[in-house]
Design a protein around this ligand. Structure first.
Ligand code: KIV
Length: 270
């Protein structure tokens, strides 16, 4: 599979086959225009619940609603043609029971047109993942650092540091694989743990703060573009610095308005 030559929408079956092949490229997108910009270059567009902080200025992902995810998911599907679109199930929309998860995941799939959902959790979520995948809902799992469980961890902490934690993570990932998750995001784990999981799983591992040993990488696009100010996790590599570009443009616009240098005759209907 090569994203450059591919013309049709990528489904999760093709993503799964990428295990141990060319690394998978995944970026977050929350809007149609950004999806259009990223689509030619990525395998997966993730409508992450990180949108709660990035788009809505919320303190964490815990306040994100199903309606937010559906609205942004639908926009990303409309703005893209080739990438496999995966939409996060928000906190509280799937943990209660497999039935609750199915009801909400089915809404996400049918109302957005996305190809899969992502949910956080280890072995305790395997039953739910099996319930969804048996009923036509492809699932990407998410283990390691799980932002929706920040209140349990007491913040965002690197996972899998101890050998026993590494074993727990492997058992969780294998349970999710047996439940037919098509891929697993591994967030905030040591390189040795990421390598161990990647070697022992038959489904692709998509790393974020989990080293180059994974079968693919995901980043929050706004971090990569330097669109956010403030705290940047160590695992982010910034490929552009757009904040000063925006500041300069807006500063110039404001000055032009105040000095009546905008609009000029070329912006007028004559
Ligand atoms: O919500 C999100 O953007 C995510 C990625 C960072 C993996 O879950």
């Amino acid at each position: 599979m090569s994203v450059a030559t591919q013309t049709k929408r990528l489904y999760t079956a093709s993503i799964k086959k990428q295990k141990r092949k060319t690394p998978l490229v995944c970026l977050t997108a929350y809007s149609a225009p950004m999806a259009t910009l990223l689509d030619p270059y990525v395998d997966i567009l993730l409508v992450g619940d990180s949108l709660g902080m990035v788009v809505y200025g919320l303190p964490s992902t815990l306040q994100v609603t199903l309606e937010m995810m559906i609205n942004h998911g639908a926009a990303v599907v409309r703005g893209s043609q080739k990438a496999c679109v995966v939409v996060d199930l928000p906190f509280g929309s799937y943990q209660q029971s497999p039935q609750q998860a199915f009801q909400n995941a089915a809404r996400v799939l049918s109302e957005t047109g996305c190809q899969a959902v992502k949910l956080e959790g280890g072995a305790e979520m395997a039953e739910t993942v099996a319930f969804l995948t048996a009923r036509g809902i492809p699932v990407m799992a998410h283990i390691g650092l799980q932002p929706q469980s920040m209140n349990v961890y007491g913040g965002f902490k690197v996972q899998g540091k101890q050998p026993s934690e590494q074993q727990t993570l492997l058992e969780a990932a294998q349970a999710l694989e047996a439940a037919r998750a098509f891929a697993v995001v591994i967030e905030g784990v040591k390189e040795t743990t990421a390598r161990h999981l990647t070697e022992h799983l038959t489904i692709p591992t998509i790393g974020i703060g989990a080293s180059v040993t994974c079968d693919g990488q995901v980043l929050v696009t706004d971090d990569l573009l330097g669109l956010l100010s403030g705290f940047q996790p160590k695992f982010v590599k910034q490929y552009a610095t757009l904040t000063p570009v925006i500041t300069k443009a807006v500063e110039q616009f404001a000055a032009d308005v105040r000095t009546r240098d905008f609009p000029t005759p070329s912006q007028l209907y004559l």
